[in-house]
Structure formats: structure tokens, C-alpha cells
Design a protein around this ligand. Structure first.
Ligand SMILES: [Fe+2]
Ligand SMILES: [Fe+2]
Length: 150
């Protein structure tokens, strides 16, 4: 599988979320590049970064949804948790010496793109409306970003 290319139907219209999704796509592409080099240490670092970043993104998204009072935020959070658990299993298999990179990359690609197009797209309207209402509180977004991404 070659590099992923960003497609417009992946946009939620929420700038911060779209930037984070783009970054995840870049990281998946980077994983592909590093895989070609066959450097296990570097590969492990890229995997850990990808998982950490995805987890921060999920936490950020969950805050947005809760803050907006989105009615399916708990279900969405559950979906994130199940996915993280799946990815953790890959990490364990990797640490046990199995070559899971190709499989992980395919799973990540399929799962994340479908999640962005469906579950993430579904909260966009509610979150956008709430963000507009909150726009007087300029500090809120930067505080949340700082909290999850440092
Ligand atoms: Fe997302
Ligand atoms: Fe999500």
C-alpha cells in the first residue's frame, strides 16, 4: 500500500480536529517509510508516538463532545477505548518480536479513515455550534490543546 493522501471528505470543518487527523495520516505514512528501512528501534519509536498522539487526539475529541453536550459522546468514547485496546495488543505482539507493522498499518488506515468519515463526522455539527457559542471564551480551546498535547 502506498502513501495515504488526504481527501476532502475527511474534513469535519473543525480546524483543530482536522489538523490532528492530518497529523495522524502523516504519522501513518511515516510508519510506512520507516518500515522500509527495517530499523526496529526507530520503528518502535514511531509506533509509540503514533499511539500516544492518537490517544491525545481521542482525549481532546472526547472533551469537545462532552463540552458540547453531544448526546452520543459516551458511545463515541467507548469506540475510542475499544480501538486503543486493539492497538495495545499490536504493541504487545510487536514487543514479543512479531512483525505486525503491515497488519497494524492496514488496520489503522481502515479503522481511522472510516471512523473519521462516520463517527467523527457525526459530532461535527453539534461541536461546531457549541464552539461558536463559546467563541467569547477564547482561552478554552488553547487550554484544552495545552492539556492534551503539552
Ligand atoms: Fe478523530
Ligand atoms: Fe473519534
Amino acid at each position: 500500500m502506498a502513501h495515504l493522501v488526504w481527501q476532502d471528505d475527511l474534513n469535519t470543518g473543525i480546524e483543530e480536529v482536522d489538523n490532528q487527523h492530518r497529523r495522524i495520516v502523516e504519522m501513518i505514512n511515516h510508519l510506512y517509510d520507516v518500515e522500509q528501512k527495517d530499523d526496529k528501534e526507530e520503528l518502535r519509536k514511531v509506533l509509540v508516538d503514533l499511539v500516544d498522539y492518537t490517544q491525545s487526539h481521542f482525549a481532546f475529541e472526547e472533551t469537545l463532545m462532552e463540552e458540547a453536550g453531544y448526546r452520543f459522546s459516551r458511545a463515541h468514547k467507548k469506540v475510542h477505548e475499544l480501538f486503543i485496546r486493539r492497538v495495545e495488543e499490536y504493541r504487545m505482539r510487536f514487543d514479543a518480536g512479531e512483525n505486525i507493522v503491515q497488519e497494524l498499518r492496514d488496520t489503522l488506515t481502515r479503522w481511522l479513515l472510516s471512523h473519521i468519515r462516520n463517527e467523527d463526522a457525526a459530532y461535527a455539527e453539534t461541536v461546531k455550534a457549541s464552539m461558536n457559542a463559546l467563541s467569547t471564551d477564547q482561552g478554552w480551546l488553547s487550554r484544552s490543546l495545552k492539556k492534551f498535547f503539552g
